[in-house]
Design a protein around this ligand. Structure first.
Ligand SMILES: *[C@@H]1O[C@H](CO)[C@@H](O)[C@H](O)[C@H]1NC(C)=O
Ligand SMILES: *[C@@H]1O[C@H](CO)[C@@H](O)[C@H](O)[C@H]1NC(C)=O
Ligand SMILES: *[C@@H]1O[C@H](CO)[C@@H](O)[C@H](O)[C@H]1NC(C)=O
Ligand SMILES: *[C@@H]1O[C@H](CO)[C@@H](O)[C@H](O)[C@H]1NC(C)=O
Length: 245
């Protein structure tokens, strides 16, 4: 009798025990700005993460909005507001939050209002898919609060009708400081896509002055020609003599 009672007890207690340390989650993923789905118990050691995303990394008007709510391990518990700009209207934004009690939590992408003005900082720009790196095709102006440049690469993956596909991507451009805290191999679900970041290397964006100096240097080398390069010091010398005498 005793083992049988114990057995019943275990059956009754097990579901209660299991839900105790777990978070619930309205799991869903869609290529639009919000979604809801069935309530699910997240496995142990995971919490419910909600991510709204918007990007224009693709050709033409392919869906650029995304929303995903899913159970995430602490390794990929990436929360905050993230902004990548690779120039030429190629951008990636996502807002992500842990749904601690609210199982249908919905973070929203809100850019600081100042992020419409150029701030005088510049970064090399490029973006490509199908490759692990891209060759910079000029500089871009950073906006508002954005003062960091990045060199990033990773993989975009999606399972469509049971068929998985992985596309490498690489970019350079202006990014929010939050992006610089993303660690190697961290991944995030953006709608029905999963982005895994392999390398993210940030540096302070350079000021206009620095780029102008670089421009002046290249002009000096390329366009002034040998005559000017010879005469310029002579002219400066004459000035110096004038000033000194
Ligand atoms: C999940 O965690 C709870 C307590 O937090 C524990 O009692 C239970 O055994 C764990 N379940 C699994 C499958 O690890
Ligand atoms: C994304 O780029 C395409 C092609 O340049 C353009 O037609 C489309 O309007 C852009 N979408 C957004 C959301 O900027
Ligand atoms: C994820 O981060 C949030 C706070 O940002 C925290 O409440 C939650 O416990 C973390 N979850 C995991 C699995 O680390
Ligand atoms: C981001 O830019 C700021 C301001 O120039 C700089 O202090 C910081 O070191 C940069 N972060 C990284 C990771 O390069």
């Amino acid at each position: 009798m005793a083992p049988f009672v114990l057995f019943i007890f275990t059956i009754v207690l097990l579901p209660v025990e299991r839900t105790a340390g777990q978070s619930q989650c309205s799991v869903c993923e869609e290529d639009r700005l919000t979604c809801s789905g069935p309530n699910t118990n997240c496995p142990n050691q995971t919490t419910c993460l909600s991510v709204q995303s918007n990007h224009n990394l693709t050709r033409q008007n392919y869906p650029s909005e995304g929303f995903a709510r899913y159970c995430v391990a602490s390794k990929n518990n990436l929360t905050g507001l993230f902004h990548f700009n690779f120039g030429d209207n190629v951008f990636l934004d996502f807002a992500s939050a842990a749904c601690n009690e609210d199982l249908t939590c919905s973070p929203q992408i809100v850019a600081p209002p100042l992020r419409i003005y150029e701030n005088g900082k510049y970064c090399p720009k490029c973006f490509t898919t199908g490759h692990d790196n891209c060759v910079e095709d000029g500089n871009m102006a950073c906006l508002g609060d954005i003062v960091n440049c990045t060199v990033v690469n990773g993989v975009i993956s999606q399972v469509y009708k049971g068929i998985p596909a992985n596309i490498p991507f690489a970019g350079k451009g202006c990014v929010s400081a939050s992006v610089c805290n993303i660690k190697k191999d961290q991944s995030i679900r953006l709608g029905t896509f999963t982005y895994t970041f392999n390398n993210i290397n940030c540096s302070p964006a350079s000021s206009a002055l620095a780029s102008l100096r670089r421009l002046a240097f290249t002009l000096d080398k390329k366009h002034l020609g040998p005559q000017m390069s010879f005469f310029l010091p002579c002219i400066l010398g004459i000035f110096a003599v004038k000033i000194l005498s």
